[in-house]
Ligand binder design. Structure first.
Ligand code: ZN
Length: 312
């Protein structure tokens, strides 16, 4: 195996990607407790919600409150999803550290979910960049290219189109870009191929990967990306999420399983896995009755487990 990076960042997205996909509305105080406990466990990047209209996603209506609470925690990069310029304006006003504009490389998925073509989203990126620059804020802008490995509506998504949109987002002013397998179509070989090409375009501005575990390959895909030097991965605690219309669909890679994978392989995450497992147990109580995923919690850590050596 190639030499792996010495450390990696796990970005918790359960409060957004997870909670938006389940019916239970978690009260603000529990979300804030989640953020505080995740930070105490060593997580340093958390996506706290999304600035979409509350009538569309009542689960995330309190994103501003959670963001404000998260901003009080030292060393925490607080990110938020923004569907458009209006969302970006709120993120700037509240001084989010990072805002992520999702773009769906599948035109069919883009029209169905964002009611915009991918190129219209690129144009929105240019407006968001202009707004950020005019605001004087330091909020970073990331373009997150989703359905990068295929799409449930359109089927195939051509890698050439994904790469074209990646370049277009950078040209339009994104500080950085990431690739997402929104629907769990990727496998380690397709991840290697696409990330290799994407790195040629974006270099170190290709900052992360977002894998869903719909078909059980999320962690295998992480390893494939890690081998190419990608060191930032999204995950949701308890693997929550998925799709309310697709029974059995799971969400992102489970945070605790991802941390276990990385630490076991000697890649430091700075995260205390015991604290994370305790938080997972708490989350299960908060969302009682909702399906959770992941495997580490079932059997616990092996006796031989040793966390990776801390990166300096
Ligand atoms: Zn996702």
């Amino acid at each position: 195996m190639q030499t792996l990076p010495l450390c990696a960042t796990v970005r918790e997205v359960g409060l957004r990607d997870g909670l938006q996909s389940i019916g239970t509305i978690v009260p603000t105080e529990h979300k804030c407790a989640w953020v505080r406990a995740a930070h105490a466990a060593g997580l340093r990047e958390i996506e706290v919600g999304s600035f979409v209209p509350a009538r569309r996603l009542p689960q995330l209506a309190d994103t501003a409150e959670v963001l404000r609470e998260a901003k009080t925690l030292p060393g925490l990069s607080v990110s938020v999803l923004i569907p458009n310029l209006q969302g970006a304006e709120r993120a700037l006003e509240l001084e989010a550290d990072l805002m992520i504009l999702p773009l769906s490389a599948s035109a069919a998925h883009s029209l169905a979910n964002l009611r915009k073509t991918p190129d219209e989203v690129v144009a929105e990126m240019a407006r968001i960049r202009a707004a950020r620059d005019a605001s004087g804020r330091r909020t970073l802008i990331e373009g997150g290219v989703g359905t990068a490995f295929g799409c449930t509506i359109q089927g195939e998504v051509r890698p050439a189109e994904v790469l074209r949109l990646l370049q277009a987002l950078l040209d339009a002013g994104a500080d950085r870009v990431s690739l997402a397998d929104t629907v769990g179509y990727a496998d380690p070989a397709s991840v290697s191929r696409l990330f290799e090409q994407a790195l040629k375009i974006a270099g170190d501005r290709l900052c992360g990967a977002h894998f869903h575990d719909t078909r059980g390959l999320a962690l295998a895909n992480v390893v494939a990306a890690l081998q190419l030097g990608i060191t930032r991965f999204d995950a949701s605690l308890g693997g929550i999420g998925g799709c309310p219309h697709a029974p059995g669909a799971s969400g992102n890679a489970a945070t605790e399983d991802l941390v276990f994978l990385l630490e076991s392989m000697g890649v430091d995450t700075g995260i205390d896995i015991h604290a994370l497992l305790a938080l997972r147990a708490q989350l299960v109580r908060w969302i009682e009755g909702e399906p959770t995923h992941g495997t580490l919690w079932r059997a616990g850590l092996p006796k031989t487990f040793r966390p990776a050596r801390a990166c300096t």
